[in-house]
Design a protein around this ligand. Structure first.
Ligand SMILES: [Zn+2]
Length: 470
């Protein structure tokens, strides 16, 4: 049903609900919807939800608790499995359940929010959507927009991984690459205002309401757990879980678990870039700070972890439990480990950990997981017999870079490898290039007197085709 009001959890201002308000006009914080008769609706919906989910309604099994007039189209989002970890939990001495959000249609919890937001756009008679995001949100949004025959223009920072751009290209929507996230939000907002297109961004109240369905699905579990661990990218998921828990606590009088937010310490530098622009840009650039320091200040504990920790956890999760998830998606689990070691989470306490992100098929990412699991020697044994034609992971990445850029100097390849997380010297890149030229995978196009210009050869392209095709 359509909510009556929007309230700012930070400055407490109340607004009439309008779908075009994306954040608090006064203080830029994310806004929460307020529904009439929440108590009655919540009780009624929760009772019937599981049955409606079996009928294929997905996230719409909570229809009356979502900010739309009608029930929208489902692709089977939500109702992801909750699995108890065994060996891994024993190692830590903590009881751990994971809610595996990588099982959503596009591989992340984001589908819960975009499915709702596209329906909101549809009900408000929009046929075009403008969006700003870091890629995962864009993919999810395009997937759902297809169902409504709506087109989307995505504003995305240049540094997002190429595979995300490939997916968006497959989905056929428009991509506009910009400098960074704040300028993506700024340009998308301007574009939507100018052309009267619907603006869909992760921190809006309608998206938050979709994300919070995770909490409603867990209603049976909530009273049995002490903690709910949430990965923090832009912080919107943690905010949504905070909102859902409070709704349940206030209305149903249920004891709810504490929130443990986990963020990657490297990432925080990137997402917290300061911006001089007010309102929406400020919100998106500063949302993590905003949410963590204001809204969740007294009701959550915060953990910040190193990127390398995440790879180690991904390796352990695969070896001990048979679960392979993208390393970024297990940050929350790494956070629980650290929180246990620090005594924030007590031994014997029960934690529900939200993990997200599809299993990675990127050979570099998989290699990094293997390396952190201490198993690179096993891999060497497999690859030794292939020496004559063996292409190392770094060399494969160089081939991919050349394939995408068509032609490159060594310096640019080196820069790109650094951006991908390779800790490598320019000299090593020269060495790899020489080796690839000898193997016939790379050709030298020419020279500007000082530097050589490289391109991928047909043989190199054939090699990549074979690699990617299998
Ligand atoms: Zn406010």
């Amino acid at each position: 049903m359509t909510p009556k009001y929007l309230v700012c959890p930070s400055c407490k201002t109340l607004y009439e609900f309008v779908a075009s308000i994306k954040s608090c006009p006064r203080c830029s914080a994310p806004l929460f919807t307020i529904y009439e008769d929440l108590e009655q609706v919540l009780k009624k919906v929760i009772v019937n939800a599981r049955e409606r989910a079996i009928q294929g309604l997905g996230v719409w099994s909570f229809g009356e608790l979502l900010p739309t007039k009608f029930i929208g189209k489902s692709l089977g989002e939500g109702w992801t499995p909750t699995v108890r970890l065994e060996k891994f939990a024993n190692v830590l001495g903590v009881d751990i359940l994971i809610k595996n959000e990588s099982r959503n249609p596009s591989g992340t919890f984001i589908d819960r929010g975009t499915s709702i937001d596209v329906q909101v756009a549809y009900e408000n008679s929009f046929s075009k959507i403008v969006s700003a995001s870091l890629g995962d949100y864009a993919i999810s949004l395009s997937v759902y927009a297809k169902r409504y025959e709506m087109s989307v223009t995505h504003y995305i920072p240049r540094f997002v991984e190429p595979w995300k751009l490939y997916m968006l290209t497959l989905l056929g929507d428009t991509i506009v690459e910009v400098e960074d996230y704040p300028s993506a939000v700024r340009k998308a907002s301007r574009m939507s205002a100018k052309n009267q297109h619907y603006l869909s961004i992760p921190c809006s109240p309608t998206v938050i309401d979709g994300y919070r369905t995770i909490v409603f699905e867990l209603i049976q579990t909530l009273q049995k757990i002490d903690w709910i661990a949430v990965p923090v990218g832009d912080g919107v998921l943690a905010t949504a879980i905070f909102k859902g828990l409070n709704e349940i606590k206030d209305v149903l009088d249920i004891d709810t678990p504490r929130i443990l937010t986990v963020k990657l310490s490297e990432n925080s530098e990137k997402t917290l870039q300061k911006s001089a622009e007010p309102t929406l840009t400020e919100l998106s650039g500063g949302i993590v700070r905003n949410i963590l320091t204001t809204i969740l200040r007294d009701s959550a504990s915060h953990i910040s972890i190193e990127r390398s920790e995440v790879f180690t956890i991904a390796a352990q999760l695969a070896e001990l439990e048979g679960i392979i998830v993208d390393p970024v998606g297990v940050a929350s689990l790494a956070g629980v480990k650290m929180a246990t070691e620090l005594g924030i989470v007590g031994r014997g306490e029960k934690t529900l950990v939200i993990i997200s992100g599809s299993p990675s098929k990127d050979s570099y990412v998989l290699y990094k997981i293997i390396e952190h699991g201490g198993k690179e020697k096993l891999l060497q044994r497999i690859t030794e017999g292939r020496d004559a034609t063996y292409i190392s992971n770094t060399q494969k990445e160089i081939l991919k870079i050349l394939y995408e850029a068509r032609q490159c100097y060594a310096y640019r390849i080196w820069k790109k490898l650094k951006n991908l997380g390779y800790n490598i010297t320019l000299q090593t890149v020269h060495h790899h290039l020489k080796n690839l030229v000898e193997k016939g995978y790379v050709r030298i196009l020419g020279s500007d007197g000082k530097r050589l210009l490289y391109t991928i050869s047909e043989l190199g392209e054939e090699y990549l085709d074979k690699e990617l095709g299998t």
